[in-house]
Every structure is written in C-alpha cells, then in structure tokens.
Design a protein around this ligand. Structure first.
Ligand SMILES: NC(=O)c1ccc[n+]([C@@H]2O[C@H](COP(=O)([O-])OP(=O)(O)OC[C@H]3O[C@@H](n4cnc5c(N)ncnc54)[C@H](O)[C@@H]3O)[C@@H](O)[C@H]2O)c1
Length: 447
C-alpha cells in the first residue's frame, strides 16, 4: 500500500525506496513514546504553525520521527544531512513522498553535493534551524560577516547570486536555532564569546536527558555495533584503546569491557583521566597505547588525536576508527603520506601499509556508528529528539525575549522528558514528603 504522494522538492537517491523507509520509520516510532506524546500534543496545539524549519541532521529513522513531529506542529520543513555517510536513502524517500519534507541528502554524497544540499536547506529561508555540528549556523554567520571565502563552494555560489538585502534578510529571518551535539555547542559558544552570535541558540546537547543518555548509552552501544558490523571482529580478548573519556568515551569503554575487551583510555584532562582509572580502566598516553591496541576509537571532538607517530607504532592489523563528530580526529592525510600502499579490503575498511605493517581505517575516519551501523537506538533518540522538538517550541514561544546567547532548556523540561520516559518504561519513583521539602529548604537542623 502507498499513501498519497506529497512529493516535496528534493534531491535524494530514489523515491521508489519510500515504502521501506516508512516501514523502518514506523519501527523506530515504536521505541519513541516520549516523542509520540509530544507529537500528539503538537498536532492539537500547532505551536509551529506556518514556521519554516531547516534541519541539518543525520537522515535516519529516528530523525524522520522528529521531522514528522515538526510537521504535526504545523511547520514547513527542509532537511539535509549532517554527515555525507549517515543518510538512509529509504528514509529520505519516505519523508519526501509521505510527509512533504524537502529532503536534500544522498548516502555517500561527495563534498560538493554535501554543501550543495546545505545551500538548498539555507535557500529554504528558515525561521528556525536545527543543526548537528553547527554547519547551517556556521554558514549563516559567515554570510552575515561577509566572510564568503570561508564558505564552501556551493554555498558561496548561492550567496554570490544574492543581493546584499537578500543576504541580510536570510540571516535576519532566523529567529533561533537548536544544536544537537557537543562539537556544535563548542563552536556556538565560541561565537557567543566573540560577540558575533546573531540569534538565540538552544544547546540541546546540554540537557541532561540528552548527553547523559544519547552520548553515553547511545554512542557506547552503536559505536561497538558499527565496529562489529564493519569488521566482524571478536571483541572478547581484544585490547581496545578509547581516546577521550567524556560522555561518549565512557559509554564505549563500558560496553567494550562488557563484551570482554581489555580497555585502555587516553585523555588530556586530569579529572576525566582519574575517573577512568577509578572506573578500573588502564590509562596512558596514546604513544604508549599505540603498540598495544588491536582497535583504536577516538571520541574527543578534537583534532589529530591519532597522528603519524602513533600509526607507525601500531602492530600489524591494528584497526583504527572514529566516533567523534568530525572526521578530523584521525590524521588521515598524515597517514596517506606515511603509507606505501592503500587499498579497500572490505566495505568500510581501507588498508594502509606503513613500514611493512597493515593499519586498517574504518569508514574513512567518519562516525563509525552512523557509517557502518544505524546510529543510536530509537529509544535513546526518543529523549534527544523530545528535547529538539520542545526546544523548537520554546524558541518560538520566547522569540521576543530570548537573548542572543547559547541557552539550555529549563530544568523542568529535562525533568518532564525523564518523567515521560520513566512512565513509558513502567518505572515509578518516590516524591518528596512535605516534611522532606521543608527539611531540604532549611539550614537550622543539625546533628
Ligand atoms: N558518534 C555519535 O553518535 C556521537 C554522539 C554524541 C556526540 N558525538 C561527538 O563525540 C565527541 C565527544 O563528545 P562527548 O559528549 O563525549 O564530549 P565530552 O566533552 O564529554 O568529552 C570529550 C573528552 O575528550 C577529551 N579529549 C580532548 N582532546 C583529547 C585528546 N587529544 N586525547 C584524548 N582525549 C581528549 C576531553 O578531555 C574530554 O574528556 C564530540 O565530537 C561529539 O560531538 C558523537
């Protein structure tokens, strides 16, 4: 059965994939009870009626459920990918055909196409943007500041066609933005510090119901899943080096240990390193870990965490991948210079020969959980995207008063999302008695 085709403007792989995309999106929806409840309320209240939202997110079944929720709230929506490898083409087709979302995303798109799609999302003329890595907001700010040389080719070409008034109107039209990930929030906070931020932003990543669950449990499980799907390696008995012991690193270290690996953590921040040691992991510099690891995974949000000197020290057959946001954590350019040979030995695996030893790089150093697996489970994205949906509503409801700064959603929103999730899981909790409320608010009770 097919539903009526809404057939919005698009650039996707193949509209004929829509049925499969719909089946899989509905499967994800079963594990997204919080977003479902928000969608039902949005459909009744239409808090985003007539608003235009441009989203730059991983085009997955979970994102599809967020897009459908924004549509239920009355918004017009355009969607492009936040990573060239993470798009699920069937999902893109479903959103175009069945929900009238303007989708510009194709799995494996080249650099030029990726930025052409970002330009198309910007050309949509949004009132709000939703980013995962700040690519839309970054481009809007380059336009505002006249830094056209810093724009990628296709975005620059679009902007050069526009008059000064049109450029000004494009940026001024944006009432606010939401940001999904740690890396994007770091960029936005840098814009705020420089005093150039043009509109208020909600750092969805900073909600407790986002980073404590999505980054830790979602990334932990899906990163290991991506590694296993790409390599079919046996985790038990292997030595896995986890670079970065933030929310994502903790999640992977925990899951790798659970699957029987010896886990080594590398860090640059003393408190995080100490925590890793206290959690029972070996902690050492990357230079010492390099000859020991069977598999290395970076989750730092930082640049060139694994460099040529580390690749040179690795044992034959060492596997290297990244699950941080950008493909900059592995110095692939440095590895290319070092290697005497390179060939693809299996889907998602490039083998480099370094001084006679083989180093295997997964998914070109891009997010392994999205490239080789399906990203986070729907159940965890339920909370992240509940935050996204409520952040869009919050921005519109407070557009007249919110400062141009990076904001968190109020703690009550976090608590409401956790309450809905617990209810969906059938988990009850206690409530404070009146006596406890008074006790906690007083200072005069002693021993
Ligand atoms: N794969 C995914 O699906 C996914 C999901 C959420 C976030 N992310 C991304 O993962 C990255 C990490 O996110 P997070 O929430 O864990 O951030 P975080 O800030 O909680 O943790 C990052 C950790 O890396 C450490 N670090 C920085 N440079 C390092 C270096 N050179 N060597 C070793 N450690 C170093 C920091 O000290 C910090 O403890 C970000 O890029 C984020 O956007 C990916």
């Amino acid at each position: 059965m097919t539903t009526k085709s809404l057939d919005a403007p698009h650039d996707i792989r193949d509209l004929a994939l829509a049925d499969e995309g719909r089946r899989r999106t509905e499967w994800a929806e079963r594990s997204m009870p919080v977003l479902r409840q928000i969608r039902a309320r949005f459909a009744a209240e239409r808090p985003l009626a007539g608003r235009r939202i441009a989203c730059c997110l991983h085009v997955t079944t979970e994102t599809a459920n967020l897009m459908i929720t924004l549509r239920a709230a009355g918004a017009e929506v355009a969607l492009c990918a936040s990573n060239p490898l993470s798009t699920q083409d069937d999902v893109a087709a479903h959103l175009v055909r069945d929900h009238g979302v303007h989708v510009y995303a194709i799995k494996g798109e080249d650099h030029e196409t990726y930025y052409t799609h970002i330009a198309q999302a910007l050309a949509f003329g949004p009132d709000l943007t939703q980013d995962d890595g700040a690519d839309l907001v970054g481009s809007l700010h380059m336009i505002k500041l006249g830094r056209l040389d810093d724009l990628s080719g296709p975005v620059r070409a679009m902007v050069e066609e526009m008059s000064a008034e049109e450029r000004e109107a494009l940026v001024a039209g944006v009432r606010g933005s939401t940001e999904e990930t740690t890396t994007g929030v770091i960029r936005l906070k840098a814009m705020a510090v420089e005093g150039v931020l043009q509109f208020p932003v909600i750092a969805v990543n900073d909600s407790r119901t986002k980073h404590m669950f999505d980054n830790r449990y979602g990334t932990g499980q899906s990163t290991l899943d991506g590694i296993i799907r790409a390599t079919n390696m046996l985790v038990a008995g292997s030595t896995i080096v986890v670079a970065g012991y933030g929310w994502c690193g903790r999640g992977l270290a925990m899951r790798a240990r659970g699957a029987g690996a010896r886990v080594i953590v590398t860090e640059v921040e003393p408190v995080a390193a100490l925590e890793a040691r206290m959690d029972g992991f070996d902690v050492m510099p990357m230079a010492e870990a390099a000859p020991l690891g069977d598999l290395f995974c970076t989750l730092t949000g930082n640049l060139h965490v694994i460099r040529p000197e580390h690749f040179r020290a690795m044992k034959d057959g060492a596997i290297v991948c990244n699950s941080g946001h950008f493909n900059v954590e592995l110095d692939i350019a440095g590895l290319e210079v070092l290697a005497s040979d390179k060939r693809e030995v299996r889907r998602f695996i490039d083998e480099y020969v370094v001084e006679g030893r083989r180093v295997l790089v997964l998914a070109e150093g891009r997010l392994i959980n999205l490239a080789a697996a399906e990203g986070h489970p729907a159940s965890v994205m339920d909370m992240s995207f509940a935050n996204q949906a409520l952040a869009a509503e919050y921005l519109i409801a407070h557009e007249a008063t919110l400062e141009r700064a990076v904001h968190r959603l109020p703690p009550e929103v976090d608590q409401e999302i956790a309450r809905l999730k617990l209810a969906a899981m059938g988990v009850g909790i206690d409530t404070l008695t009146d006596e406890q409320v008074t006790y906690l608010a007083s200072w005069d009770a002693g021993t």
